[in-house]
Design a binder for this molecule. Structure first.
Ligand code: B12
Ligand code: SF4
Length: 496
């Protein structure tokens, strides 16, 4: 029995690596195919891989393309198709809409996928599997979700070798080995995040964060460190510091046994004097925490972030004091956003002075409280197909100043870092030069991101202090390089 995961892009998918390990541990073969790197994917699947099950891990942004791929494959080859991940979890109607989908997985997939493979291998009907909605004799059987996996240590370590075939891609090689999860879940109820819905789905009230033991996490990292050359470790948990007790135990063991620089995501209120000191001494060089918006009403009433401006600035100051670099997460274009609230977001970020003022444009993913709010108040028409394939280019909402907001977003990081640009940006956002602004946004985003992923402290420090003149020089140099590369490319094509 062979299970193939199909994904669109060169992307390190934690769910797929985890599911692959669990399936392998139960004796099933697994493989991944990345369409971006396999123009003849359908042919290779049919002739070479010959899977029994094809699994897709689907975020809302990818759903249109993934269902298209599944449709193509179904024309060529006989297999069982199953969709899991955030989109089917929150939009199970998917299986009703698409006859090429044989099953969808709601919530956690480990037990469901193993049982599916086992039942298929044993020639059984695949009808009663917790978490799965399955198509059977023309009807859809909707099974309830089973319990969450309580002991995360019971899961095997992620199969980081699943992507070996694609490690010629530098993004994958940089990202697959360094990412780790120390937990699942988050006790907060932010209206734009999937967490509140996830607990509703499982009928759970209260704090349900599940943390792995420090020992299990350390052993996983040590194993990966032996197999790959990694400059740093990136913990992608929602809130790494959710348990003080856990961080107290983790910090000295990590420093002594792993010793690599690392980055985390956490909430500002989890950064206390003690935690900042522990993070710093154990090698944490980079923290990402979210502000989302500088407007108090939007932050605490609409987004339900439940955090004061003072609390956010205190966290930023603690990180500065402990020489930990940080990025802030911000979400522009939320329902109710105006130019005035945008400027408040810039201001609060300026007070925090992050190395990287990261910002996205709000995307209304299915069933979330904020999405329902947006639909109810006429900000969104409910067409999830209108959500683009990233959260940086455009907003599907009907906002009064939408064009200005979308353009403002492209200058957000620059504006936070260089307040002197404010009058210029006010002028530029009125001009329809969106392609140019997108180019500026992407270049600057990549520039700030690069040293984070390579743990290059010196470069982060340099960037944190650089003047606007250095940044303008960087843009001009890059533009010239692109122009020369394009001319060179045209010439070499002509010669051929
Ligand atoms: C780390 C992370 C990333 C990383 C790695 C992504 C990855 N897929 O591994 C990066 C930075 C690349 C990333 C990118 C994006 N992300 Co992201 N990301 C996360 C985060 C914080 C953790 C994901 C994770 O690793 N979880 C741990 C794994 C083990 O759990 P899981 O993913 O839930 O998978 C379980 C089940 O869903 C199920 N399952 C998953 N896939 C499959 C497949 C099959 C066949 C089956 C049977 C089951 C199954 O089984 C898994 C194990 O139990 C989540 C929030 C969260 N806490 O989950 C957001 C989250 C998944 N991301 C989100 C978004 C929007 C994005 C981006 C679109 C952002 C962008 N760039 O514009 C991209 C899209 C990436 C993509 N195509 O999948 C949203 C998705 C919302 C939605 N409805 O689609 C989430 C939920 C956050 C949110 N906004 O609420 N992300
Ligand atoms: S704190 Fe972060 S992970 Fe938790 S619910 Fe809010 S946005 Fe989601």
């Amino acid at each position: 029995m062979k299970i193939l995961f199909v994904q669109l892009r060169f992307e390190s998918n934690m769910a797929v690596m985890g599911l692959s390990s669990v399936l392998n541990a139960h004796g099933f073969e697994t493989e991944v195919i990345i369409i971006e790197g396999e123009p003849n994917y359908a042919d290779r699947i049919k002739r070479e891989i010959k899977p029994d099950i094809i699994g897709y891990s689907a975020a809302t942004v990818d759903i249109k393309m993934l269902t298209g791929v599944n449709h193509t494959l179904k024309k060529h080859y006989k297999f069982l198709s199953i969709f899991g991940g955030p989109h089917p979890t929150y939009f199970p109607e998917l299986i009703e809409e698409d006859p090429d989908i044989d099953a969808i997985c709601i919530g956690e997939g480990e037990q469901a996928l193993v049982q599916l493979a086992q039942d298929l291998a044993a020639g059984l009907e695949i009808v009663n599997i917790p978490n799965l909605h399955v198509r059977h004799n023309g009807i859809i059987i909707k099974n309830e979700v089973g319990p969450l996996i309580e002991d995360l240590d019971s899961l095997p370590f992620m199969n980081k070798h699943l992507y070996d075939r694609y490690f010629h891609n530098p993004y994958l090689l940089e990202n697959v080995p360094i990412r780790f999860l120390s937990s699942r879940g988050c006790p907060y109820k932010c209206t734009y995040c999937f967490n509140h819905k996830f607990y509703q789905l499982y009928g759970i009230k209260g704090n349900q964060v599940r943390k792995r033991s420090v020992r299990s996490l350390i052993e996983e990292i040590k194993g990966v460190k032996q197999d790959f050359h990694i400059p740093m470790v990136s913990f992608v948990d929602d809130i790494f510091c959710i348990s003080k007790k856990w961080v107290r135990e983790f910090a000295p063991i990590y420093r002594n046994e792993v010793g690599l620089p690392y980055s985390i995501n956490t909430r500002p209120n989890t950064i206390t004097e003690e935690i900042a000191a522990l993070l710093s001494m154990s090698g944490c060089y980079y923290v990402t925490f979210s502000i989302e918006t500088g407007d108090e009403f939007l932050r605490n009433k609409v987004l339900k972030r439940n955090i004061s401006e003072e609390g956010i600035i205190t966290a930023a100051n603690l990180l500065h004091q402990h020489h930990i670099f940080f990025a802030t997460g911000n979400m522009l274009g939320i329902p109710g956003e105006t130019m005035a609230t945008l400027w408040k977001t810039v201001e609060i970020n300026q007070k925090c002075a992050p190395h990287y003022p990261w910002a996205s444009l709000f995307q209304p993913f299915p069933k979330l409280e904020l999405t329902e709010f947006a639909i109810y108040h006429g900000y969104f028409n409910g067409d999830f197909g209108a959500i683009g394939n990233d959260q940086f280019t455009d907003s599907p909402l009907l906002l009064q100043d939408k064009k200005l907001i979308v353009r403002f977003h492209k200058f957000f990081a620059l504006l936070v870092r260089y307040p002197v640009l404010a009058p210029l940006v006010n002028l530029l956002i009125k001009l329809p030069l969106d392609n140019v602004y997108n180019w500026i946004f992407k270049k600057y985003k990549l520039r700030l991101n690069k040293p984070i992923i390579t743990a290059d402290r010196v470069e982060i420090e340099k960037q944190s202090d650089e003047s606007i003149i250095t940044v303008v020089y960087f843009f001009l140099k890059d533009l010239m390089k692109e122009k020369f590369d394009a001319i060179g490319h045209r010439k070499s094509k002509k010669k051929k």
